[in-house]
Each structure stands twice: as structure tokens, then as C-alpha cells.
Design a protein around this ligand. Structure first.
Ligand code: ZN
Length: 185
């Protein structure tokens, strides 16, 4: 298990690099990511969140009895256009393990197509809708140095800024270990 980096840590705000090759250390990293995501618990985790600037995320989500659990290496994501201002304060509520304890509504596209490589080096495609599409958009953003905080609209953007400031975050050095308390610099 790995410490989860909190907003302000530069790796979270930097575009991650392509994975050149699937090696044993990549397999170990992915194993760590699954473990950390499950323990947090979360429905997705991107490598930058544990301090590794590589284009990898894991996800774990169940929808109508179907389990979607996997790793996306060097993913590409296509999604239909949407209006960022069109968000529902209840159904669009999102959270992030790198801004622990906070939740704010953010608009997302209803559908997303993920094309990625798995640990065997095979390319796969998932056509996602609803929450799975949201998870993919959230995790894909992480690989581009973006947090959902960066996508918030009025009045939530300001509220989020305040919340981050109140926690003393927004600068390097904060992380937390699932199963323990936050805020161990
Ligand atoms: Zn996140």
C-alpha cells in the first residue's frame, strides 16, 4: 500500500508520462495501486496520486451486477460534448482521494469510450455510461495533471478553494495513508 498524495503536491498537477514498457516494476506498481484503491476505499486511482507520474489508472465499479475492474495503461478517452455549467448538485456529486473528505458537484459527459492497454499488453475498449464514464473522465484528468477541483463552476470553485485552504493543503508535502489519519506531511 502507498501514501495518497494530496492536492498541492506537484505530481498531481503535472502531465504524466507514457509507460514505455510493461516491466515487473510496472506490475508491482499496479498491484500497489489496486491495494491502495481498495483500502482507501475508492472506485478509481491514478498513478500520480501515489506519487508516480505515469499514465496508468485502476478502477473498480459495479453496475447492475456487472463488475468493471481493471487497469488502464496509456489510455485514450473519447467522450461526447457536455455543458460544464449543467450540473446537478445531487447526482453530480464527486470526490477525490487527493482532496480527502470533500465532495462537490461537477458536470461530466454521460458517455465515454476508453481505449487502453492492460498488464498483458493487450489493447481493450470499454464503452462506458453514467458513473463508470464519470470515473474514467476523473481518472483520465489525473493523468493530465487535472483535479476535479479545476473543473468546478460557480459557486463550488470558490467553496473548494476555501476548503483546501482551511485544511492547510494546496502546497507540497501532504499525503495520507488509507487506514490511518490524513495530514502527515
Ligand atoms: Zn481523484
Amino acid at each position: 500500500m502507498q501514501r495518497i498524495q494530496i492536492t498541492g503536491e506537484p505530481v498531481l498537477h503535472t502531465v504524466a508520462k507514457e509507460v514505455p514498457q510493461i516491466t515487473d516494476s510496472i506490475r508491482e506498481l499496479v498491484e500497489d495501486m489496486y491495494e491502495t484503491m481498495d483500502k482507501a476505499p475508492g472506485v478509481g486511482l491514478a498513478a500520480p496520486q501515489i506519487g508516480v507520474g505515469l499514465r496508468i489508472f485502476v478502477f473498480s465499479w459495479e453496475d447492475q451486477g456487472i463488475s468493471y475492474r481493471g487497469v488502464a495503461i496509456n489510455p485514450e478517452l473519447a467522450f461526447s460534448p457536455y455543458d460544464p455549467a449543467d450540473c446537478d448538485p445531487e447526482s453530480d456529486m464527486e470526490g477525490c482521494l487527493s482532496i480527502p473528505g470533500e465532495r462537490f458537484p461537477v458536470a461530466r459527459s454521460q458517455t465515454a469510450t476508453l481505449i487502453a492497454t492492460d498488464l498483458e499488453g493487450q489493447t481493450y475498449t470499454i464503452e462506458a455510461t453514467g458513473w463508470l464514464a464519470r470515473i474514467f473522465q476523473h481518472e483520465y484528468d489525473h493523468l493530465n495533471g487535472m483535479l476535479y477541483a479545476d473543473r468546478l463552476e460557480k459557486p463550488y470553485k470558490k467553496q473548494m478553494k476555501k476548503a483546501i485552504k482551511a485544511s492547510g493543503w494546496g502546497e507540497p508535502g501532504f499525503s495520507w495513508l488509507p487506514g490511518q489519519d490524513y495530514l502527515e506531511p
